[in-house]
Design a protein around this ligand. Structure first.
Ligand code: NOJ
Length: 748
């Protein structure tokens, strides 16, 4: 196992990236406040409004284009930002056009969705979150920022920090899963990765926290759908990752498409002005999601585009993404007294400050160096970082009889629709990432490791969705010759991401039928999965010998999968979303409430009038935090430093973790807390800490956590964020089902 090497690589890569600050000597300009206020004093109202306008170029569009002719709009000086223009040459052309037409020489801001990599693609964010490793999230974002910045991009629309508990929703692939605590830690790391410590450096870009807010709670997992939730749940479960990014210094926020309890997020003053800009003192700017101002009309919240513009400006939206409404409505709304000059000035100032911090007023072409672009993109160290992240994202769901790791002397038949795939493997929304001919397939990864051709064979057998059976026979014949079968299956990349909700989350098409045929051959069958959401895998869990969840692992995915299958990487990832037994259990998440009639399982003497299903167990197939390793870990000796915690005090929680198996391995040690009685009911347990440790074979380590009353706070019956004195239970282990527990009392 190459852990030491991996860590050295990680540090080296980070160090080089941090070091890349220098650039050509900048033109000296005044300090930000002075510069921006002097500039604004010269600006007409039209010029100020133009700063609040974003149009899209012809790149990846995710809806109708508002500004029909963005070139004409730039010439007229009507645009502050351009979305979907990439590469140094093109962004330079547009910037030149803008600078030639901008009376006060205000540069354009180029935004692009750099979600899990720019050209070098990392695992999808849900996969990456399975690493439970903020350093990996930071590294991936840092590489993405470096490549994007080298390609003329100033601003990414990430991190997406929506808590998601419904795997039907296609966008679960873009986030960090179901948990608020873990999600907050990873969100902060990603902001740090994108923005670094100096936005004017040539390898950093503006981050954008999205989608504000509660988009992940869309009813029935249907994209853009309604959300209705209590303020308590909103503040306790959905908002903390957003707040965490404000604390981490994120410079922009994006509104969400959904309504929340009757008020669409883009016209939601409570969210934008009261909470974000008020309570949290966010001093960056807010952009809408794509045409979200226009969508206030079909929401039934605004009667026309004038009113939609008014409601958005009043609510606190600073920039209109592609909708064209601010451009058309704000001046008139101002003359009618429906919006104020102070509101427009404030929005404009926030946007100009971001441009200033990027160094664009010093040099509007500071990110437009073609030589740099060539040197930076797909650098070896970036590919190595992507491989590291992919290896850390692998989650081993099952491994009967230690079928894995494979042995080099075994004859292995690799089958399945994704076995030689270079398209789906990088996942959906992969920016400018190259697919066919560039991404490493599983076949390629395996061939790099196993040079003896007689030991491995590759055949598809079936397609992902297509029900054609004509390839199945040949694949079964080659599988029949092997000692072990590895089936590489999953979803098509575009079955996840935006506008990709599913009502069935089984393996699509006839893949399961093919697995059943493979099983009949009587050989061990390993299922390797590439997918962007939890799937329902009860049959697979029952019938397969091993299951490796590889997610969509990115450009280097094939290498990572091969290295994991052959034991060069010991999988240490843990699920960040619960896998249900059956779709009917959804939404299912670990930190649920107990109810007044909790079901105690099969041994419960009262089976009928309990909170349960008559046709399924309540428990998930694989719980949050779950993931196996090629080695095994034993937990013992859970100790609390005291049985009492004072309001200002802390207690230490310690536990011994031993590597009891045959390999070195990483384990994510997880700490959960249950508040037994509250003025409002509390979840069964909540994640309050985690530590990822590397234990050599036979090694034992004492892991320590510290808990304070701050960790126990929640919104009480009066909506005050407090810790209530009383009894608490602590659980520590390798998943949210951790069994070892102890109790303490928070004293008054
Ligand atoms: C719509 C998506 O919801 C959002 O996440 C994305 O950043 C914008 N389109 C821009 O592409």
């Amino acid at each position: 196992m190459k852990f030491t090497k991996a860590i050295i690589l990680l540090l080296a890569c980070g160090a080089t990236l941090y070091a890349q600050k220098g650039k050509k000597a900048a033109q000296k300009i005044k300090p930000r406040n002075e510069f921006v206020s002097e500039l604004m004093a010269k600006m007409t109202i039209e010029e100020k409004i133009a700063q609040l306008v974003q149009f899209t170029a012809d790149g990846t569009v995710t809806g109708p284009k508002g500004g029909d002719n963005f070139i004409e709009e730039i010439k007229k000086g009507n645009v502050g930002s351009i979305l979907n223009a990439t590469n140094v040459k093109y962004t330079r052309q547009l910037q030149e056009l803008n600078m030639a037409n901008s009376r006060l020489k205000i540069p354009l801001l180029f935004g692009y969705d750099v979600i899990h990599g720019y050209r070098t693609i990392f695992p999808i964010t849900l996969g990456e979150s399975s690493s439970w490793d903020p350093a990996i999230a930071e590294l991936a974002s840092k590489v993405a920022a470096a490549e994007a910045a080298a390609s003329g991009i100033h601003w990414t629309f990430a991190p997406m920090v929506d808590i998601a508990r419904d795997p039907r929703w296609g966008r679960v692939s873009e986030g960090a899963g179901e948990d608020t605590y873990l999600g907050s830690k990873l969100a902060m790391a990603r902001v740090k990765g994108f923005q670094g410590t100096d936005l004017s450096a040539v390898n950093t870009i503006l981050a954008c926290t999205k989608h504000f807010a509660a988009y992940g709670a869309a009813e029935a997992g249907r994209d853009y759908n309604t959300v209705d939730m209590s303020e308590r749940v909103l503040r306790e479960t959905y908002l903390p990752p957003f707040k965490a990014t404000v604390d981490a210094g994120v410079r922009t926020f994006m509104t969400s498409f959904n309504e929340i309890s009757g008020v669409p997020a883009t016209g939601n003053k409570f969210l934008l002005r009261d909470i974000l800009k008020g309570e949290w003192k966010f001093d960056g700017f807010v952009v809408t999601d794509y045409t979200a101002i226009n969508e206030l009309i079909p929401h039934g919240f605004a009667k026309d585009s004038m009113q939609a513009g008014e409601l958005s400006m009043v609510a606190g939206v600073d920039m209109d993404m592609v909708g064209g409404i601010y451009l058309k409505s704000l001046k008139k709304l101002l003359s009618q007294g429906k919006v104020t000059e102070a509101q427009i000035n404030d929005a404009c100032k926030r946007i100009l400050e971001a441009k200033y911090d990027l160094g664009l007023f010093e040099d509007p072409y500071r990110y437009n160096d073609e030589k740099r672009e060539k040197q930076e993109i797909n650098k070896k160290e970036y590919l190595d970082a992507a491989l590291l992240a992919a290896n850390k994202s692998m989650v081993l769901l099952k491994n009967s009889n230690n079928v894995l790791p494979l042995k080099r002397e075994q004859k292995v038949a690799f089958v399945g629709p994704l076995v030689s795939d270079e398209w789906n493997i990088i996942g959906s929304w992969a920016a400018t990432g190259d697919r066919n001919g560039y991404a490493v397939s599983v076949e390629e990864g395996v061939k790099k490791l196993i040079s003896d051709k007689s030991k491995v064979s590759f055949s598809k057998g079936v397609e992902i969705i297509d029900a054609k059976r004509d390839m199945m026979k040949a694949a079964l014949e080659s599988a029949a010759q092997a000692d072990v079968i590895v089936a590489v299956m999953g979803e098509f990349e575009n079955m996840t991401g935006e506008a990709a909700s599913r009502t069935v989350i089984d393996l699509p098409g006839i893949q399961k039928e093919f697995l059943a045929e493979l099983k009949k051959l009587g050989k061990p069958v390993v299922l390797v999965l590439m997918n962007g959401r939890p799937l329902t895998l009860s049959w697979e869990n029952e019938n397969m010998d091993a299951i490796l969840e590889a997610w969509f692992p990115g450009t280097m995915g094939g290498d990572a999968i091969a290295q994991t299958l052959y034991g060069l990487n010991n999988p240490g990832g843990k699920l960040t979303m619960t896998f249900p037994r059956t779709l009917g259990q959804v939404p299912i998440y670990y930190n649920h409430k107990n109810t007044g009639r909790p079901y105690l399982g099969a041994k419960d003497p009262e089976q009928k009038y309990k909170s349960r299903y008559i046709d399924s167990d309540n428990s998930p197939l694989y719980p949050f935090g779950y993931g196996l390793s090629y080695t095994s870990f034993a937990y013992s000796n859970l100790k609390l430093s005291s049985k009492n915690m004072n309001a200002n005090g802390t207690i230490k929680v310690t536990i011994d973790v031993s590597n009891t198996g045959n390999y070195d391995g990483e384990e994510v040690v997880q700490l959960y807390v249950k508040d037994k009685i509250g003025s409002v009911t509390r979840p069964m347990r909540e994640l309050k800490g985690f530590k990822k440790i590397l234990l050599k074979k036979g090694e034992k380590q004492t892991v320590e956590f510290e808990l304070s009353a701050d960790d126990l706070r929640f919104y009480d019956i009066k909506m005050q964020f407090v810790a209530e004195p009383g009894d608490f239970e602590v659980f520590v282990g390798g998943s949210s089902a951790a069994a070892l527990s102890d109790t303490f009392v928070l004293v008054k």
